[in-house]
Design a protein around this ligand. Structure first.
Ligand SMILES: Cc1ncc(C[n+]2csc(CCOP(=O)(O)OP(=O)(O)O)c2C)c(N)n1
Ligand code: SF4
Ligand SMILES: [Mg+2]
Length: 285
């Protein structure tokens, strides 16, 4: 008798993704869906899609999905979560969406310790609109609007969202991972799961930044794009856990029912610190 070892998670609909070959949006969708299933959250979850290539996330997740205007996903998610405290809410936002037009929304949702989960897809570019510079575009990176490479003197410095939000008191969990190799998948999934568990336990705001690919606008092959995330993006955006109030509370013996905004965790940047996630690896073709 055949054994099923790999199948579509229930939280994903049975339709093909429209994403380009080598784009990590599809991998990330699948990992989120697997976590929703494993945590038995699928039937009670409402997602908030943003603009960008993932705008059609509503076609892929088997839960209710609201599409928010550019940058407003955290505000929309706040409204849904407060109106329906019996539901789980996550946003799925690109770097153009979250770190440009949505800067105010993400900072205020984080500082309120809003009980939502945010998946922040940092591919260092505006993918959907043809490859313009994003706030997270790397120094020196060539885009449609920085044809000679991003020059901080003219275009400002890249915004490090995790580091920025980690200075606030509100967030309960903030981490950055890289979707740049098959052997990172378990770590990426574990981090996504922890961010969802945070909401399950009513602990408050959680954000996972995922260093992601856009081979089409980077004008690279899928393999080159993965290598570029590994060799270039990780240099400017180190992976790690920036805030983990769940672990702090476990260590201090505190219980877990309060929202992040109610916890009296450390707020100084040096106190939240950067803990490297385990396991480096050798990048192989
Ligand atoms: C108010 C508003 N301004 C501009 C746009 C055009 N727009 C659509 S997607 C996008 C950029 C999306 O980039 P990102 O969020 O990084 O997502 P990606 O496609 O890279 O995944 C922009 C500027 C819009 N839809 N609404
Ligand atoms: S344009 Fe970039 S981000 Fe959009 S689907 Fe294609 S590879 Fe992915
Ligand atoms: Mg982008």
């Amino acid at each position: 008798m055949a054994t099923v070892s790999y199948e579509r998670p229930e939280a994903l609909l049975d339709v093909p993704f429209h994403y380009c070959p080598g784009c990590t949006h599809g991998i990330t969708h699948r990992l989120i869906a697997e976590c929703l299933d494993e945590l038995q959250m699928t039937g009670q979850t409402i997602a908030v899609a943003s603009v960008g290539c993932s705008v059609m996330a509503y076609d892929y997740f088997a839960c209710d999905v609201v599409q928010a205007p550019h940058g407003r996903a955290p505000a929309v998610a706040t409204g849904i979560r407060r109106a329906r405290p019996d539901r789980f809410v996550f946003t799925y936002q690109g770097d153009g969406d979250l770190a440009a037009i949505g800067t105010a929304e993400i900072i205020h949702a984080a500082t309120r310790g809003e009980n939502i989960t945010v998946f922040f897809i940092n591919n260092a570019i505006y993918g959907m609109t043809g490859g313009q510079m994003a706030p997270t575009t790397l120094e020196g990176q060539v885009t449609q609007t920085t044809p000679w490479g991003r020059n901080p003197a003219e275009a400002g410095n890249p915004i490090k969202v995790c580091e920025l939000l980690a200075t606030l008191d509100g967030p309960a969990f903030i981490a950055r991972v890289a979707v740049d190799h098959a052997n990172q998948i378990h770590q990426v999934k574990a981090t996504i799961k922890k961010a969802l568990q945070c909401q399950l336990e009513e602990r408050g705001f959680a954000l996972v930044e995922l260093l992601s690919t856009c081979p089409t606008n980077w004008k690279m092959s899928a393999t080159e794009a993965m290598r570029w995330v590994h060799e270039q993006m990780r240099q400017q955006y180190p992976v790690g856990v920036f805030v983990d109030r769940l672990r702090e509370d476990q260590n201090s013996g505190r219980g877990g029912s309060a929202g992040g905004r109610h916890l009296s965790g450390p707020s100084a940047p040096e106190a939240v610190g950067l803990t490297a996630l385990p396991a480096g690896y050798t990048h192989k073709e």
